[in-house]
Structures are given as C-alpha cells and as structure tokens.
Ligand binder design. Structure first.
Ligand code: GLU
Length: 454
C-alpha cells in the first residue's frame, strides 16, 4: 500500500459521460498503478440536481467499467461520510479555522474568503464597475501534465452563499484536506480554479496536493468540447448497445494517454502497469466512435463462442430475432459465422436476423445490381435441381455440385453466388456463402430458393 490517495469527485447530474468516465478511469489507474487508494466522493451539495437516480446512473456506470473504489458510497472508509452534503460538521469546523485566522468576512449575506495582499480599487471591464482588488503573490502550480502554471488571484471570493450553502471551491478543498488527498487528477476545465484552491490550502496551512489537469475531449467533428448531448457521449448507451466494458475502458484510456508505442489494444493489467503522468498528453484528444467500434470488434472476435453467445442472446431476443425456444446448436453455428463480422453486439439482429426469420427484408439495391447481370430467378431455377441432390448438405458438397453444374452450363461457378446469397438472405454481403448455406441447412435453403424463384 502506498500513501497515494486520489479521488473522483463527481457532481451527479443523471448522466455518466465519456469525460467523467475518463476522469474516473485516470484516477483509478493511478491508484492501481501506485498501489494507492481510490476514493469516490459525491459532490452533491446542489440538491436540486443530485437525485437518487443521478447517483444510480453514476455508480452503475462505474461498476460496469470495472472502476471499483476503495472508499466511498456502499463501501465506506475511514474518511467518511463520502457524500459532500453530509459533511457539514466538517465544513463548519474548517470555516471556523479560517474565521479564527482572520481570513473571512461577511458581505451582502455571504461569507467571503479574504486574500492576503495590498488592496486597491480598479475599474473592471467585465463587471463595468469599480471593484476592490488585491495584489497577491502569484500562485505557482507545478502541474503534472501542464507543467508550471502561474496565476494571481486578485479578488476575494464567496465561500458560503447567502442561502447558507457552501461554495464549490471551499468544500472541494476542505474535503481534499480532510480526506488526505495527495493527487488531484481532473479535467482541464478546472485549471482556472486551481489558484483559488491553492490560496485556500495555503490559508489552512496545508501543503496542496499534486495537480494533474487532463486535456479536453473534443467532439467527433469541429471545435469544441464533447458534451453529454453529443452522439456517443453516454456510457450507459454503450452498455445497452452491448459493447464490451473492457473495450470501452481500453478506448477511454487512450483519450489523453498513450503507452508510448503504437499499440492501442491493451489489456487492463498492461494499462495499469504503464499508466503514469508522463504518458498523459498535453494536447486535446478527439472522440472517434469508429475507433471505439473497431476496438470493440477486436475484443468481440477474441471471445470464445460460448461467451459470445451468452452476450448476443439477450440482444437477439429483445429484437425479436430469436425466442425462448431457439435451437441452441443452430444459434451457436450462426453466431460462429457472424462473430468475425460484428463490430458491436447491437448490429447482430441486422447482421444475422435472416438466419432465424423467414420473412427477412430484401435489400433493393442488391436486387437491382444482381438483375443487371442475369435474371436471378432463371439462374436459380436452373441450379435448384442440382442443389436438391446435395447430400449431406455441406459446404464442400455444395461446392462440388455447383462446380459440376456450372461446368455443364459453360458458366463460372461464381456466377451463381450473388443470386444464391440474395435469395437466401436478402443481402449483398455476409459470411462466406457456402458455410452460410451449410449452417442454414438443406430444408431452409431449398425452401427459400424455391420461394424466390416462384
Ligand atoms: N465536483 C467537481 C466536478 O464534477 C469536482 C472537481 C474536482 O475534481 O476537483 O467537476
């Protein structure tokens, strides 16, 4: 066990989006890499937004990604409570420390934090008014990602609002002190708050933690930070679409970090071993759903067929492609063919629905394309008797029969393939044709061709 104590400090809003998940993951990785402690602290002082449902979404998302916390809700710990809204006694005690040190004052019903330095009045362009400013000694932050950042706070700020609720900067710092947090890893949007935070740490006479501000995640296209409204932003969506948590986690780890070689697919043990601050990029990263899907497909291909079937079954069931009474052997044979083609599990109903449903849709474009070469009905009517003689109905036997038939007709064997595929699946692409026909089986294939010809 090392002394490292990191925390993920979300304000639950009802969404668990890629950006939050990435912050949680980086903290978790750093804790696991160093053998430290990963704390989950819920910053829920904004009562209106922080509902039980919002908390549930967050905890479920973290659990799905496998980000287990060592201290926090449900698991407890020595530094609780882990809900900020329940820490009022601690906040009050710290407020008293600032009072005693002469670092607070009341104005307009709120309690303000008093900076140290020479005071003067100056015109503020933004506020369009004369305001009191303070000439402070600039705060220097030696950020683990951004390097040296210097900034001078020049105005006192509110730490307890008029309605008695504590302000973010104050409780964020107090809880980091009380929970003995050693490293603050969070989004770059908080870098501008950090000088205020350091002023508070100094006022308490506490050495600030090490800060690591991680770069933004840009949305797929154009400028701007990814927001929860952007397509592909929500973790719960990946869960319901049947993405593999390990693949999503692997992808998120690459948003702002890299192992310094070209590798992208890394198992979690390797990521934990390699993860450290020097590997965090300074530049922003861009969300790329195609890359995430490709990574997911790689993970899917690696599953053994039993696991793949286990994951695919509920999605096929829900889509009405299979029922409870599905033939297990048939299901597994179909999925063996489709597994290498699947980019995510949610594409399976479309990818392999026709194996199970007899009234599969006929793709019009494919139909038109095929008809340009030769009349598919005539072609299939002509080859059907030869197929009826194939016994057993295996890919090899089908190949031999089709070759013999083609030769007798002075045709190339491939001339029959597009029409065969189209008639039996309604599609222009899919798994290799002959293994596909073998899996579908004699009865199904012959009936489908017959129906198509008729
Ligand atoms: N509750 C803050 C947030 O969600 C925490 C910021 C921090 O990590 O210090 O942005």
């Amino acid at each position: 066990m090392s002394d490292v104590r990191v925390r993920f400090a979300p304000s639950p809003t009802g969404f668990f989006h890629i950006g939050s998940a990435r912050t949680a993951l980086f903290n978790w990785l750093y804790a696991r890499h160093t053998g430290g402690t990963f704390v989950l602290r819920i910053e829920d002082t904004d009562r209106a937004r922080n509902t039980d449902e919002a908390l549930r979404v967050l905890l479920e998302g973290m659990r799905w990604l496998g980000l287990d916390w060592d201290e926090g809700p449900d698991v407890g710990g020595d530094f609780g409570p882990y809900f900020q809204s329940q820490r009022q006694a601690i906040h009050d005690a710290y407020l008293k420390k600032l009072d005693d040190a002469g670092r607070t004052y009341e104005k307009d019903g709120a309690i303000w934090f008093k900076l140290e330095g020479e005071r003067y009045t100056a015109y503020d362009k933004f506020l369009e008014a004369e305001v009191e400013k303070v000439k402070t000694k600039p705060v220097v932050i030696d950020d683990a990602v951004r390097g040296r950042v210097e900034r001078a706070e020049e105005r006192d700020f509110v730490i307890v609002r008029k309605d008695g609720s504590p302000a973010f900067h104050f409780v964020n710092v107090v809880d980091d002190i009380a929970m003995q947090i050693t490293h603050v890893i969070r989004g770059e949007d908080h870098l501008s708050n950090t000088s205020k935070h350091v002023e508070l740490f100094n006022a308490f006479g506490v050495e600030p933690p090490k800060f690591a501000h991680i770069p933004l995640i840009l949305k797929e296209q154009g400028p701007g930070k990814m927001s929860k409204r952007d397509k592909g932003a929500l973790i719960e969506e990946y869960e319901s679409r049947g993405f593999l948590a390990a693949a999503v986690r692997n992808y998120i780890s690459l948003l702002g970090w890299n192992p310094k070689d070209e590798r992208e697919k890394l198992d979690i043990g390797e990521i934990i071993e390699l993860f450290d601050f020097p590997g965090i990029n300074r530049g922003n990263s861009r969300f790329d759903e195609r890359k995430l899907s490709a990574l997911n497909a790689e993970y899917l291909r690696e599953l053994n067929i039993e696991s793949f079937t286990f994951l695919a079954r509920p999605l096929l069931n829900e889509a009405g492609v299979i029922g409870e009474a599905v033939d297990e052997d048939y299901l597994q044979s179909v999925l063996t063919l489709c597994q290498p083609k699947a980019r995510s599990l949610d594409t399976l109903p479309e990818l392999c629905g026709y194996f199970f449903l007899d009234d599969y849709p006929m793709d019009e474009k494919t139909g038109t394309k095929i008809a340009k070469k030769a009349d598919p009905k005539a072609l299939l009517g002509e080859v059907l008797p030869s197929l009826k003689n194939v016994e057993p109905f295996t890919a090899d036997n089908l190949k031999a029969a089709l070759e013999a038939h083609a030769e007798a007709q002075g045709q190339k064997v491939f001339a029959y393939f597009p029409a065969l595929r189209y008639a039996t699946s309604g599609q222009g692409g899919g798994p290799d044709l002959l293994p596909m026909l073998e899996v579908m089986g004699r009865e199904r294939v012959l009936a489908r061709i017959q129906k198509f010809v008729d």
